[in-house]
Design a protein around this ligand. Sequence first.
Ligand SMILES: NC(=O)c1ccc[n+]([C@@H]2O[C@H](COP(=O)([O-])OP(=O)(O)OC[C@H]3O[C@@H](n4cnc5c(N)ncnc54)[C@H](OP(=O)(O)O)[C@@H]3O)[C@@H](O)[C@H]2O)c1
Length: 296
Amino acid sequence: MVTYAEIQASNALINDATAPRVAVFVGATSGIGKLTIKAFIATGASMRIYLIGRKSSEERTNSFIQELHAINLKAEVIWTEGEISLLAETKRVCEVIKTKEPRIDLLFLTAGYTPFTSRRDTAEGLEISQSLAYYSRMLFILHLLPVLDAAEAPRVISVLAGGLERTSVDLDDIDLKKPGNFGPMKAQTQYTRLNTITLGKLAVDNPNVTFIHSWPGDDESGQRHLFQTTSAAFGGRGVPWNGKPGVNSLEKQADGLFLVNYKCDCTPNAKVVSLLREKAQEKIWDHSQEVLRPYL
Ligand SMILES: NC(=O)c1ccc[n+]([C@@H]2O[C@H](COP(=O)([O-])OP(=O)(O)OC[C@H]3O[C@@H](n4cnc5c(N)ncnc54)[C@H](OP(=O)(O)O)[C@@H]3O)[C@@H](O)[C@H]2O)c1
């Protein structure tokens, strides 16, 4: 476990050189994303943050942004409206950001919820929580990869349930559309595996980018995710780290995809993830490409 004192000591070292200069937060109108932005702003470092959310959250988020500006005059937080459960909207928002930013240092993805209701689909035919937790997140990454890749030490963090993968991924019904195949537990576990598998492939294909799939905790979440976005513990780049180096999902002390739990431990879940990689990666990648292709 990385203790809270160690997290705070590392975060105290964040400055203009180690903070992301440009960051995109998707889903920071509440919860972990919001706490992480607050923790970033409190470092006093200079940065520009695009905070993306839906129209219904605009008013309260603008009040939050005003609070942030009062705390850190060197930080600019830009409200960017988008109904990001829709892939066409995700594409539009990415295009807006790409016209403004040649480099992005951090993409922080938290939008989503556990679907305790019956299945509800977007106008594009995807189950809403799946679109938020998986397809929209992957589309953000794919669209922003060129500008992430242009940054010095870019990082992508997807907050869901990294390390909690199980082997029994449903490959015959990846989107859980068959009658009776959809429920809160099944959906959460399926979307977790989809995240880990696709992030793992993206990490191998994009070695300049550090990927983290995190399983979050509660109160300490803002500081712990600030640590995950900045510390050299994950891949060697960032705020210097003298503790044990993180182990990636290929069980190596190297950059790549890190599955990080609420104690900031790396949990490669090696047996399960290597089996999923072998048996499921190709099918999940091909299926995801088919869904995302019209919006790429
Ligand atoms: N594995 C675990 O144990 C565990 C524990 C906690 C959280 N999580 C997951 O981690 C992620 C982050 O958690 P959190 O506590 O930060 O979540 P949260 O505060 O409940 O929500 C995060 C974001 O999702 C957005 N969102 C929700 N429904 C939406 C919709 N229909 N359309 C567009 N945006 C929508 C929210 O927007 P609005 O502000 O507009 O509502 C908010 O920006 C979530 O995916 C959550 O499910 C996992």
